[in-house]
Ligand binder design. Structure first.
Ligand code: CYC
Length: 169
């Protein structure tokens, strides 16, 4: 698992270089957004269940077939599994936001996930849409909380959808 600082150090140490301008720029961007990253993580912790609920409601409104007979989120058990998955994505994204690095997602969430989803016929497209809805919901709420630039919020959600989306489409 990495964060922005350890990631940079390991990259530069491998080639025995001092931190150059690019490295310093990345560090600066990371530290400048530090207070907002912490604020976002605190907001997510305090509002996780409502963020998940809002995301789920929007996803099922957009793709109602998911919760109809034959849909992958049909039956209470699978409906609950779907919300639980959204909660995993949110929690791990909050870690990645604080770290300023998406390694934790690759290691703890994405490893083996495609195979699991494929074998259970969990549809990847709608999952990707759900993650993107979650990102938008979170950004909107953070803006309302006074976070002026929420662009740093994109990375973990986009990482998840990019890595998942490479599958089977
Ligand atoms: C199932 N989601 C699963 C399963 C795993 C995960 C392992 C199979 C085991 C189980 O049901 O608990 C995902 N587990 C994770 C992740 C982690 C983990 C990410 C990281 C920490 O430990 N179905 C839909 C929607 C979508 C969905 C599009 C919600 C966005 O139609 C999710 N995931 C979904 C559903 C199941 C599932 C419905 C149950 C499928 C089944 O059992 O038939």
């Amino acid at each position: 698992m990495r964060d922005t600082v350890t990631g940079l150090i390991s990259t530069y140490d491998i080639t025995g270089r001092y931190l150059d301008r690019d490295a310093i720029d990345s560090l600066k961007t990371y530290f400048d957004s530090g207070a907002d990253r912490v604020k976002a993580a605190a907001y997510i912790s305090a509002n996780a269940s409502s963020l998940v609920k809002t995301t789920g409601a929007a996803l099922f409104e957009r793709i109602p077939e998911l919760i109809r007979p034959g849909g992958n989120a049909y039956t209470t058990r699978r409906y609950a599994a779907c919300l639980r998955d959204l909660d995993y994505y949110l929690r791990y994204s909050s870690y990645a936001l604080v770290a300023g690095n998406c390694d934790v997602l690759t290691e703890r969430v994405l490893n083996g996930l495609r195979e699991t989803y494929n074998s259970l016929e969990v549809p990847v497209g709608p999952t990707v849409i759900g993650i993107q809805i979650m990102k938008d919901v979170l950004k909107e709420q953070l803006e309302a909380q006074g976070v002026a630039d929420t662009s740093f919020v994109d990375a973990p959600f986009d990482h998840l959808t990019r890595e998942l989306g490479e599958v089977s489409v």
